[in-house]
Design a protein around this ligand. Structure first.
Ligand code: NAD
Length: 552
């Protein structure tokens, strides 16, 4: 049915369909001998030999602007994976016009018909498109097979399925009707277009930022991250294959500031759905604020941004669990998860027990080309990220308040490789305990065993962010104190676990403070931001006399 929107009067079946119960997509193991491993390796090989040109997609049409940028493998930066056509401000205007034109039909399309498209996309992703989207994520964003699987296959399928379930629940939320009347809330889409601006680090977020508003009847201009262009292009094609009509989501890669500037200049900007760094989101907020009187409605600003996520361990914590939480939480996907642990507080007695194992484990981590499935880590995303880490690690080596315990090496010869690095600081408020670096650097502060309470307070007050955090303790009183003191320090709080790995439908994700608007992606709370409710009261027997009985 691609190309067609649906008219409720013509197509609505005589039914109120119950949406299929969402189940989290099972994570495939890619262990030796499994069919998924064979399919993935074959797709990786084939994809590494191709060099597609990624176009813009405006109103369903492929646009080749001729302004090309290269997409390279972070772990083999000599290898050009694809080239990507770049939009300019005029293309952005065309995309917003296409979104506006598509809005007329799409906003009237029965929601079940919209939902079916996204459920179909989830099915295609979990089945025939799985290897392709995982391979594109591995090659373009340097994720291991496991990291690509949990992101590009499972989390994206979960977003698509669970959002349909949450939309059904939201639409079912209806007011009471008093005698003689019938009340309803009409969950209208926003008036205007939604600008979705996505980050490099999760293919699933790339897909969800445009798909969630579109599910609710909005039309979207999607500006993907240049560093995720290959996988995001595969997601765009997936949505088209599932039957998304032209113009509902318009795919516009290109120079961020120019495109965002053109989008923000339009009076019909209805919302920004953003995930990325705090500074960029603040720029959106400020720029929109400065021209607020020019918009037709108050644009909704939904942004999930940076973090300086913590692990606080108590003397009663299980030492092995602490080591695992630091290594997995800090270094998986090269520490490039917004939820990655990057500051750790350890009591002296526990540090004495685990430091040797922690250092040995960290230094033993296998890192390299992600096509070699033995590796636990790949490369950081690009030269900018590499240089940032190279500078920080270099400076740490000559900072008297810091000691590099493990890692501390960077190698750019083949790819943007930064060894997982553990740094111990004497100063719990050192810059490295506050600033988001977004890479495989974990800074640790070792506190006197007796100072649990003070440590919790330092942890709460040190960083401007409030995204994720974990407490590890077996003593329940210690856990309860952490709950209380750190209540506002993290929007996703973990007890005896690493602070990463939120699953849609199980741990709704998002943070407060400088980490964002905390609209919990993959939950009903997020979908609420994409609707503008209209309350309807129908009186079944209208009053026929203006006078009230007491007047008689
Ligand atoms: P980024 O801010 O550099 O880029 C995000 C998007 O904004 C990209 O599409 C980029 O092209 C665009 N952009 C960059 N500069 C811009 C500008 N001046 N004007 C308009 N748009 C601009 O972020 P990134 O490097 O892609 O992602 C990493 C960041 O994202 C980290 O800070 C991380 O914590 C955050 N993140 C947060 C969450 C969350 O849920 N809280 C999830 C993933 C990533």
């Amino acid at each position: 049915m691609r190309g067609a929107c649906y008219d409720r009067a013509m197509f609505l079946p005589a039914a109120r369909p119950v949406v299929p119960r969402p189940v989290n997509e099972p994570v495939l193991s890619y262990a030796t001998g499994t069919p998924e491993r064979g399919a993935l390796l074959a797709t990786l090989n084939a994809m590494a030999r191709e060099q597609p040109e990624i176009p813009l997609v405006i109103n369903g049409e492929r646009i080749h602007t001729g302004r090309l940028v290269e997409v390279r493998m972070p772990h083999a930066h000599g290898h050009v994976l694809a080239t990507c056509h770049q939009a300019d401000a005029a293309d952005l205007v065309r995309a917003a016009d296409a979104a506006r034109a598509a809005w007329h039909d799409w906003s009237r399309t029965p929601w079940e018909a919209r939902a079916a498209i996204f459920l179909r996309a989830a099915e295609l992703l979990a089945g025939p498109r799985r290897a392709e989207i995982c391979a594109a994520t591995m090659l373009g964003q340097s994720k291991t097979a496991h990291q690509a699987e949990i992101d590009a296959a499972c989390e994206l399928a979960d977003f698509l399925r669970w959002n349909v379930h949450f939309a059904a629940r939201l639409y079912a939320e209806q007011p009471e009707s008093g005698p003689g009347m019938w009340n309803a809330v009409d969950y209208r889409p926003l008036e205007g277009f939604v600008l979705a601006v996505s980050p490099f680090n999760f293919t699933a977020i790339g897909g969800n930022l445009p798909a969630a508003p579109a599910l609710m009847g909005n039309t979207v201009v999607w500006k993907p991250s240049p560093a995720a262009a290959l996988s995001n292009w595969a997601v765009m094609r997936l949505l088209e294959e599932a039957g998304l009509p032209p113009g509902v989501i318009n795919f516009v890669p290109g120079p961020a500031e120019e495109l965002a500037g053109a989008a923000l200049a339009r009076p019909d900007l209805a919302a920004v759905h953003f995930t990325g760094s705090t500074d960029v989101f603040r720029w959106f907020w400020r720029s929109i604020g400065e021209r607020i009187a020019t918009y037709r409605t108050y644009p909704r600003l939904v942004g999930e941004t940076g973090g300086k996520d913590f692990i606080v361990a108590h003397t009663s914590a299980d030492p092995k669990a602490v080591v695992t939480a630091i290594v997995r939480g800090g270094f998986e996907y090269q520490g490039q998860k917004c939820s990655a642990a990057s500051r750790v507080y350890l009591p002296e007695s526990l540090f004495a027990k685990i430091s040797a194992e922690l250092i040995e484990t960290t230094d033993g981590i296998a890192m390299g080309d992600v096509r070699d499935l033995h590796n636990f880590m790949g490369a950081v995303i690009d030269e900018r990220a590499f240089l940032r880490h190279d500078a920080v690690i270099g400076a740490a080596k000559s900072d008297s308040r810091l000691r590099v315990l493990a890692g501390g090496h960077c190698d750019r010869s083949e790819g943007w490789f930064v060894r997982p690095t553990l740094i111990r600081t004497k100063d719990p408020r050192h810059d490295l305990m506050q600033r988001e670096l977004f890479g495989p650097v974990v800074t640790m502060f070792v506190y006197p065993d007796s100072e649990w309470e003070q440590t919790l307070r330092v942890c709460d007050e040190t960083s401007p962010y409030g995204l994720t955090g974990a407490v590890l303790a077996n003593d329940r009183r210690a856990v309860l104190r952490a709950h209380e003191v750190l209540r506002h320090a993290a929007g996703n709080f973990y007890v005896n676990d690493k602070p990463t790995g939120a699953v849609v439908g199980q741990q709704p994700f998002g943070g407060g403070r400088a980490s964002g608007t905390n609209d919990k992606s993959g939950s009903m709370l997020n979908l609420i931001r994409w609707v503008s409710p209209r309350t309807v009261k129908e009186t079944l027997s209208p009053a026929l006399d203006y006078r009230y009985p007491f007047m008689k």
